[in-house]
Structure formats: structure tokens, C-alpha cells
Ligand binder design. Structure first.
Ligand code: THU
Length: 164
């Protein structure tokens, strides 16, 4: 291999923060995401997920996972929320997305690849970071990704497509 090709290596990180350390608007967002779980339609998985998105205009849009008897027709909480926000407030930046899961869960929330890809689309479009708060299921702690790259460093975006 030619010498001018070098290894591409990135480090992803999620930083824990206690609720006490959060700004008041982020704490409000966390509480909204937790509340949004009650709107989940998840009779098939019994795993209710809530999400809340803080927008650049100060609005908060929340959502939850919506399942379907035809399983692939359902949608995760994160995408339900982002698509609702995109439709309600076109052109307004997505600033912070909080995700909540059942308090019986063993692990932290972990947005699926498709949801991360949708986050990548909006972050790329707005040219400013989308912060992600993963709410611990039992402790008053969030794990923070200050931009999407901390969770999906090699996202596909429109810059990869041929010029029109
Ligand atoms: N789900 C979400 O809503 N968000 C995630 O981050 C992971 C999974 C949903 C999809 C499905 O309704 C249920 O959780 C089980 O996969």
C-alpha cells in the first residue's frame, strides 16, 4: 500500500453528568423525555422509550416509540420525535435530544443505527452540533454525547454523494 495512506482512528465518548450539574433547560428536557414514555405504543416489545428534543427556537418536541403488528412498520422514539419536530418547525435547529427507557432496563439507552443516521442528517444540514443525553434508567445521571460524532463517527451524509 502507498505510504501516504494512514490509519483512520477515532475515539467515541459518553460523559456522565448528574442531574444536579445539568442546565435547567436540559433538566426540563430530561423530565419531558421520561414523561413521554407513557405515550409509547409498545405492546410487542414492552419496551417503552421516550424522547424529547430541544429546538433552537426554545420549543421542546417529545415523542415515543410507536410499534405495529407488522413489526417493521413501527418507529423508534428518537425518529418519531425528530420527524415530528422537522415537520412542525421546518428549518429550526435541533440542539439537544434526550432519550429515556424503562427503569427496569439493564443498560443505558442506545439509539439504533437508523436513528443515529437520522440525527446525522439533521446535524449535517444545520452545521451545528446535536447534543445527545442518554438518561440512566435508575440513577439521576445522563450520559452525554456533545455531538453526534461521539456516537456515529463515520456517518454517511450528503457530502458523500456525487455533486448534482
Ligand atoms: N427503540 C426506541 O424507540 N429507541 C431506541 O433507542 C431503541 C429501540 C424501540 C423500538 C421498539 O419499539 C422497541 O424499542 C424495542 O426495540
Amino acid at each position: 500500500m502507498k505510504e501516504d495512506y494512514s490509519k483512520i482512528e477515532v475515539t467515541c465518548s459518553l460523559v456522565p453528568q448528574s442531574f444536579d450539574e445539568l442546565k435547567s433547560r436540559e433538566l426540563a428536557l430530561v423530565l419531558k423525555a421520561k414523561q413521554a414514555r407513557v405515550t409509547s405504543h409498545s405492546p410487542y416489545s414492552n419496551y417503552s422509550v421516550g424522547a424529547a428534543l430541544l429546538l433552537g427556537n426554545g420549543e421542546i418536541v417529545s415523542g415515543s416509540n410507536q410499534e405495529n403488528a407488522a413489526y417493521p412498520s413501527g418507529l423508534c422514539a428518537e425518529r418519531t420525535t425528530m420527524f415530528a419536530a422537522g415537520a412542525l418547525y421546518p428549518g429550526v435547529n435541533f440542539e439537544v435530544l434526550a432519550v429515556a427507557i424503562p427503569d427496569t432496563a439493564e443498560n443505558l439507552p442506545s439509539p439504533c443505527g437508523a436513528c443515529l443516521q437520522v440525527m446525522a442528517e439533521y446535524q449535517f444540514k444545520q452545521e451545528s452540533p446535536l447534543k445527545i443525553l442518554l438518561i440512566h434508567p435508575r440513577e439521576d445521571i445522563v450520559y452525554v454525547a456533545d455531538k453526534l460524532q461521539q456516537m456515529l463517527p463515520f456517518a454517511f451524509n450528503q457530502s458523500h454523494l456525487p455533486k448534482k
